[in-house]
Design a protein around this ligand. Structure first.
Ligand code: GDP
Length: 299
């Protein structure tokens, strides 16, 4: 994953240095942790997350057990690895929870341009192909004239059905109709793509809350753009407080962002990253495995 390249390079440098020394003193560990701290800040990890991370690692790493171990450099790297996994959300991917009675509603929320509509199409393709689900896609975006058509095109590409467009309906009315259609026609999952806004505003949150109360989603997935760095984390915090978010999808992991948002997300928002997007194509959607990502960061 491109977004972690710079951080990965910096951390590898630190731990290669430690490994070469053989014996380690407390001062060596402290010096290494100063470098880790700078590398994380440069990678755009939120300051409170960096502080907490460095404190935890330092506490564990300066113990005699570690310093006296056969390869202390490796022991410290292992501690950092475990702390990275924690920051990324804990071991193991957090799966989508689609165990409700069908049709299972999945609500897609996020700011305009975050990749919400594309991700809705990606998710539809994934559920159809890998999980053999019968998926209905519905656009509740009555703000942007082309939005409903865009989703209909993505549905065709993903090989799933999209809810027919009825002019003049409100988002809540479309949501009701989508769920009725889902029940009547035996769909397993109904993906509801809500309207975005350029920034967080009360009207947006109100609309999402109303839709949420009508469909009672099994998953409310917030789509954020990794390229926006700490703004993505702040957006997630606001959405989670206002409407409740069950999982985050971080898009543009193929871009040249610095990756810090992924490391800050869980601690700042409480919501786990469940999926990531790494391209414009419909198959560019991956599960988020913290232990694999940590492994890649540490090279
Ligand atoms: P929405 O306004 O949130 O619905 O955003 P769209 O789904 O329309 O996406 C905006 C642009 O971002 C489109 O050109 C997408 O192809 C592109 N996009 C979405 N996800 C990704 C991704 O993971 N990587 C890249 N490189 N582009 C993406």
């Amino acid at each position: 994953v491109l977004v972690f390249e710079a951080l990965s390079g910096r951390l590898s440098g630190v731990f290669d240095g430690l490994a070469k020394r053989g014996a380690l003193s407390e001062a060596d560990v402290m010096e290494a942790m100063r470098e880790v701290r700078l590398a994380m800040l440069d990678a755009d990890v939120a300051l409170p997350v960096v502080k907490d991370f460095v404190n935890k690692v330092r506490e564990r790493a300066v113990g005699q057990e570690v310093l006296d171990s056969i390869s202390p450099g490796q022991a410290v790297a292992k501690i950092v690895n475990d702390a990275l996994i924690d920051a990324l959300g804990g071991a193991g991917a957090v799966p989508l929870n689609l165990s409700a009675v069908p049709p299972v509603p999945v609500l897609m929320v996020g700011l305009q341009g975050s990749g919400k509509t594309t991700t809705s199409g990606k998710l539809a393709l994934r559920l159809r192909e890998r999980d053999r689900k019968k998926v209905l896609l519905a656009s509740l975006d009555t703000q942007r004239p082309a939005a409903q058509l865009q989703l209909a095109q993505l549905a065709t590409q993903a090989g799933v059905v999209s809810l027919p467009i009825v002019a003049g309906q409100t988002p809540v009315e479309i949501a009701r109709r989508a769920m009725e259609t889902g029940r009547r026609e035996g769909y397993d999952v109904v993906i509801l793509d809500t309207a975005g806004r350029l920034s967080i505003d009360e009207a947006l949150m109100d609309e999402v809350r109303q839709i949420r109360d009508v469909v009672n989603p099994a998953e409310t997935l917030l789509v954020v753009d990794a390229m926006t760095g700490q703004d993505a984390v702040n957006t997630a915090k606001s959405f989670n407080e206002a409407v409740g978010v069950s999982g985050v999808v971080m898009t543009r992991m193929d871009g040249d962002a610095r990756g810090g948002a992924a490391l800050s997300m869980k601690a700042i928002t409480g919501a786990p990253i469940k999926l990531t997007g790494s391209g414009e194509k419909l198959d560019a959607l991956e599960e988020f495995h913290p232990e694999r990502v940590a492994g890649r960061i540490l090279g």
